[in-house]
Design a protein around this ligand. Structure first.
Ligand SMILES: C[S@@+](CC[C@H](N)C(=O)[O-])C[C@H]1O[C@@H](n2cnc3c(N)ncnc32)[C@H](O)[C@@H]1O
Length: 192
């Protein structure tokens, strides 16, 4: 979904920030689509170390700058594109670094939106990949992006694309009864 969105993206491509860069897939896509510099952060030091090693001395390593940091870390500059594929489920207990790929604590989204507001350029785009998983599994009562938009203070919705997920393997032993209603979401927010 992000790759398709990038194909149609008409804005500036000087720099972008990938919050929670993980294996780097979204940052690689941005470089492929012509972004000159991508700053990536992650709270999981293994993600940063693994990505550093994988990129080695390649051209990618000159285009993607990594930082083992929470949210935006020390990045203060404005950028034209911020992307975040955050954890999709609210945490029921305290989190370790690996859990943070899947579960979010109650401060994550309020802090993310406040910091993103200070770093997004005037005509910039804030892209968030999310899912209705929390709602359909009844793990959460609220949707953190809808909650931010409902405040109507910092961001407004440009578009929200939704896509059903593929059916689960017949071999899975996990409870997948909700899967037929599961959708991934690509939210594009702009500054008010
Ligand atoms: C769902 S994964 C997405 C990884 C990758 N961007 C992708 O799309 O495949 C979420 C990532 O965000 C990281 N993360 C979670 N909370 C974070 C935070 N507060 N600051 C920076 N990274 C965070 C996790 O460690 C994990 O690598």
């Amino acid at each position: 979904m992000f790759d398709n969105w990038l194909k149609r993206y008409k804005g500036a491509k000087k720099s972008a920030i990938d919050v929670g860069i993980g294996s780097g897939v979204l940052a690689f896509q941005m470089v492929q689509h012509g972004f000159q510099k991508v700053f990536g952060t992650d709270t999981n030091p293994n993600a940063i170390a693994g990505l550093k090693e994988a990129m080695g001395e390649t051209k990618l390593s000159r285009k993607i700058e990594l930082s083992d940091a929470n949210l935006f870390g020390e990045l203060k500059n404005e950028t034209e594109l911020i992307v975040f594929n955050p954890p999709w489920l609210p945490a029921a207990s305290s989190l370790g670094k690996i859990d943070e790929a899947i579960y979010y604590n109650k401060n994550l989204f309020p802090k993310f939106f406040a910091e993103a507001n200070n770093r997004l350029a005037k005509d910039g785009k804030l892209v968030i990949l999310f899912s209705n998983l929390g709602q359909i599994t009844k793990a959460s009562k609220e949707h953190p992006i809808e909650k931010e938009l409902a405040k109507g203070v910092r961001f407004q919705l440009e578009k929200c694309l939704k896509k059903s997920v593929k059916v689960a393997s017949e071999k899975t032993k996990r409870d997948q009864h909700w899967r037929s209603t599961e959708e991934v979401e690509l939210w594009v927010l702009v500054k008010k």
